[in-house]
Write a protein that binds this ligand. Structure first.
Ligand code: TRP
Length: 83
């Protein structure tokens, strides 16, 4: 049977991403049984984008040096922040 996704269960949480270098990549992954890339967005240094989790997107993969702002706090992304 086709998996039912209830819109009211998704939450529609927002995340903000601030690119700290050129070419930061944000990839949206599909909601549901299959996990596929369905959208790629590139940000250059200083650019900010606000994203929302939706019926279509349940996860995001972020590559490059960036700050990610979520309800849970701020995450620094990128090899530069590893010790
Ligand atoms: N398609 C998966 C889903 O909607 C995407 C996903 C969300 C996922 N959270 C995950 C995949 C955790 C692996 C691990 O559930």
């Amino acid at each position: 049977m086709e998996q039912e996704i209830l819109t009211e269960d998704i939450g529609g949480e927002y995340v903000g991403v601030r690119a700290l270098e050129d070419g930061v990549t944000i990839i949206g992954l599909t909601r549901g049984k299959d996990t596929r890339f369905h959208h790629t967005e590139k940000l250059d240094r200083g650019e900010v984008m606000i994203f929302q989790f939706t019926e279509h997107t349940s996860a995001m993969k972020i590559r490059g040096k960036a700050e990610i702002f979520t309800k849970l706090g701020t995450i620094k992304c990128g090899k530069e922040f590893l010790d």
